[in-house]
Design a protein around this ligand. Structure first.
Ligand code: ZN
Length: 335
């Protein structure tokens, strides 16, 4: 794969014991060193007007001043230092690069993956939260739409609901947002009944699973619900908000997706993009077990290098089946 990366993203220092640390990127890069066909790209900062197109300009000014004044705690978990502004603009810029590189035809072994931090999917239109300041995937989607894409789909497999991405595009039909997330985790949003507002009704899809959902449950959500919905939507670009905190060994969730499971989901996304004739790009979100994060991203990379991931043997759980039935009743589902 082609990985977007910039050293300045390490300068966003969240302090000791914060799970969203620069060590996450270091662990990923260390693991990727052992693999072939890894290319790094240092993209430009995101254009500030593009950031302002998805965020309230007053909020962006406030965030910049907060960093200029030395940073601090924006809220209990969302921490900035002076360098966070530069890291956030770089992180958003890497996502824009991923979207544009995909649209320019980078595919197969050249599929783009933006390895930025701070992450983005909790950042709402007018506020930072949940370790996120600028919504990287949203800025990338906006960049694609301002280039030559008419419709963008974002699939968010981070264990948390991407409330920010949903918020930004909830009443816009030019972006389809789909998420699988754990019920009861931060930030508590992402109900199945949240399907989009006004003309955008039907362009927001929340698979809210109970704790303990495993790879088979995730793949069933994709096969029965998310992939058919995205096929119908026919996007020009499919962006993956790729968090790895649903991993069975991640310290902050109770989901049970395996490393192979991330490979299997990647394979599904590659096929889905092919079927839609859509470009495909990845944007890093969460993932807090350093080894599992690094192993999972390595597996994503390997899938684009020819590796065929194993399919799980287990059946879909009853809890997951109930959620998929409920989604089918909302009009999302192939059954
Ligand atoms: Zn997360």
């Amino acid at each position: 794969m082609n990985f977007g990366y910039r050293e300045v993203c390490l300068d966003h220092d969240t302090g000791p014991r914060h799970p969203e640390s620069p060590d996450r990127l270091r662990a990923i890069r260390r693991a990727l060193k052992e693999h072939h066909s890894v290319e790094y790209v240092a993209a430009n900062d995101a254009d500030i007007d593009l950031v302002r197109a998805v965020h309230d300009p007053d909020y962006i000014s406030e965030f910049r001043e907060f960093c200029d004044d030395g940073g601090g705690n924006w809220d209990a978990d969302t921490v900035a230092v002076e360098e966070t502004w530069d890291a956030a603009l770089a992180s958003a810029g890497l996502s824009v690069w991923a979207a544009k590189a995909a649209l320019d035809g980078n595919a197969g072994r050249d599929t783009p993956f933006a390895l930025g931090r701070p992450p983005g999917h909790h950042a709402v239109g007018d506020d930072a939260m949940g370790f996120c300041f600028i919504n990287n995937a949203a800025v990338a989607a906006q960049a694609a739409l301002e280039a030559d894409a008419e419709r963008v789909a974002i699939f968010d497999w981070d264990v948390h609901h991407g409330n920010g991405t949903q918020d930004i595009f909830y009443d816009r039909s030019d972006v389809f947002y789909a998420s699988i997330h754990e019920d009861g985790l931060y930030p508590g949003t992402g109900d199945i009944a949240e399907t989009g507002a006004d003309d955008a009704d039907g362009t927001n899809l929340n698979v809210k699973y109970k704790p303990g959902a495993d790879t088979a449950d995730y793949l069933a959500a994709i096969d029965e619900c998310i992939a058919p919905a995205i096929r119908d939507y026919a996007p020009d670009l499919l962006l993956i908000s790729a968090g790895f905190d649903a991993h069975e060994h991640d310290p902050i969730s109770r989901m049970r997706v395996s490393t192979e499971g991330y490979g299997a989901m990647t394979d599904r996304m590659r096929s889905l993009a092919d079927t839609c004739g859509a470009a495909l790009g990845f944007v890093l979100e969460g993932g807090y077990g350093l080894d599992t994060l690094a192993d999972s991203i390595t597996t994503v990379h390997e899938v684009f290098d020819g590796y065929q991931p194993m399919e799980p043997d287990d059946d879909v759980s009853d809890d997951a089946r109930d959620v998929l039935d409920e989604l089918a009743a909302q009009g999302f589902g192939s059954k």
